[in-house]
Ligand binder design. Structure first.
Ligand code: FAD
Length: 452
């Protein structure tokens, strides 16, 4: 039995079904969406055939090193190794077995990745990913019960889950039995009390993930004696169009764009990563920044459905000169010009700027210039129940609970306990890879319990 129909839940269900056991997915909403639908649907994977076809050299060890470095060495090394090794087989499994047409984002670098390894579907949207997974599950005739919030677990004295209580939108309850349970109900971003307790720096930030992710996995896990790890960890994002509430791809920064605050001043090395930039942007006056970029960069960002939506809704402004752009944004003209001049001087000198950011020569912006007003937001939490290499939930002594597995945002991530530990794509990485592993492991467990 799987709780939650996001990327983790569907990958788990598909893997369990592929192992010839009966599986059912329980989902709170009437249509599966989850944070997966809100994402750009990009999954990092190293040494895939998609990369090989494009001549991109990569390998799991390099990927693991990138994950470890970004997480400041604080992520569980065994888990890092597992997801780095298993990401390519998982992406290829989704492509080859279920027909999801992945390709590599090959026109810009994501911060912290030493190879181009983000794999996405043609529209680069999470809706495409979740719909593709749901269609795959439908084609396998995997039962999906919607409008079914799992409200309690039935657990025996030996901490074995025997079934769950399901609450319907009209308040009525059903009980369902199970041999094994997979927690795929994401983290606690949708539970303001848990955010305030574990991530106080983001307690006033907008939560941009799925509101139905209310921390059930950690609440149930905590009661069962599961170890909760890296609870202050989270993925933030420092580039959400405001007030439109639309994610603006970090491509606009990585390709040479920069951020200024309402005083027209730069305030950070934006290239460190978008996750840690959320709190940095929120610390600026009014919690606002402006992404400044140009037409060339906009053409790259336009591959993302979110960016196209931002353009359609008028969030992206354009002007023939930086001065005119600043005037449209109400930015002090001198400060903006100085910010740009500093960057150009750094590019010409080949040296890092005063924040330590190194701009490539190709990064010189050219007219027409573009800008978008942005703020920082909490995307999803990275703390969760500890799991082993079979996605079994571990207790505080490091022993697996008898029949509970976890994947995606329900389980601890590979980013460590800080927002700055989040490497792009970590979310769907653990959702898809651990989802698949949890499905296979839960199926193997359930089969062992079946009478011969
Ligand atoms: C705007 C945005 C952009 C992002 N972009 C990316 C990206 O490009 N790449 C990347 O790797 N990550 C990205 N992420 C993170 C990524 O979306 C998540 O890490 C990933 O979707 C988590 O998958 P999941 O299956 O664990 O959770 P979800 O997709 O959130 O699914 C969990 C499901 O569980 C259901 N549920 C919760 N509680 C219960 C309950 N008690 N009973 C029944 N059902 C329940 C929810 O309704 C939900 O449908 C992004 C996140 C956001 C918010």
């Amino acid at each position: 039995m799987v709780v939650g129909a996001g990327a983790a839940g569907f990958c788990a269900a598909l893997a369990a079904h592929g192992s010839d056991v009966e599986v059912v997915v329980l989902e709170r909403d009437s249509v599966p969406r989850g944070s997966t639908a809100l994402s750009a649907g990009l999954i990092p994977a190293a040494a895939t055939r998609f990369q090989a076809a494009m001549g991109i050299a990569d390998n799991p060890a390099l990927f693991a090193a990138d994950l470890t470095r970004k997480a400041h060495g604080k992520a569980d090394a065994a888990l890092v190794d597992l997801v780095a090794q298993q990401a390519a087989p998982t992406v290829e499994w989704l492509a080859d077995r279920y027909g999801l047409p992945f390709s590599v984002v090959d026109d810009f670098d994501y911060p912290g990745h030493s190879a181009r390894r983000m794999h996405g579907l043609p529209g680069r949207s999470g809706v495409e990913l979740i719909d593709g997974l749901r269609h795959a599950a439908d084609a396998c005739e995997i039962p999906l019960i919607v409008n079914a919030t799992v409200s309690a677990l039935y657990v025996d004295a030996g901490r074995t889950v025997c079934g769950v209580e399901v609450t319907r939108p009209d308040g009525t309850c059903d009980s369902l039995g199970c041999d094994a349970l997979i927690l795929a109900c994401n983290g606690y971003g949708g539970a303001p009390d848990l955010v305030a307790r574990y991530i106080p720096e983001m307690r006033h930030a907008s939560y941009f993930g799925h509101p139905g992710n209310r921390g059930d996995a950690v609440l149930w896990g905590g009661k069962l004696g599961a170890k909760l790890e890296h609870m202050p960890g989270y993925q933030g994002h420092g580039s959400v169009a405001h007030p439109h509430g639309i994610l603006i791809s970090w491509a606009v920064i990585m390709e040479g764009g920069f951020q200024v605050n309402t005083n027209g001043e730069r305030f950070s090395d934006e290239s460190l990563g978008y996750s840690e930039q959320a709190a940095v942007v929120l610390a600026q006056p009014d919690g606002i920044a402006f992404d400044i970029f140009d037409k060339r960069i906009a053409a790259i960002a336009r591959q993302f459905a979110d960016f196209r939506q931002a353009e359609a809704s008028g969030a992206i402004m354009e002007a023939p000169t930086l001065g005119r752009l600043g005037a449209r944004l109400n930015l002090p003209p001198l400060a903006l010009a100085q910010s740009q001049a500093e960057i150009e001087a750094a590019i010409r000198s080949g040296r890092p700027d005063r924040f330590g950011r190194r701009f490539p020569e190709t990064a010189l912006l050219a007219p027409p210039f573009k800008a978008v007003r942005v703020t920082g937001a909490l995307f999803h939490t990275q703390g969760g129940v500890a799991v082993d290499r079979a996605a079994r939930v571990l207790d505080t002594d490091g022993k697996p609970l008898p029949n509970i597995f976890a994947a995606g945002g329900a389980a601890v991530g590979v980013a460590g306990p800080r927002a700055s530990g989040y490497l792009s794509g970590n979310g769907l990485l653990t959702a898809t890879v651990l989802g698949r592993i949890a499905g296979e492991a839960a199926a193997a467990f359930a089969k062992r319990r079946m009478p011969n």
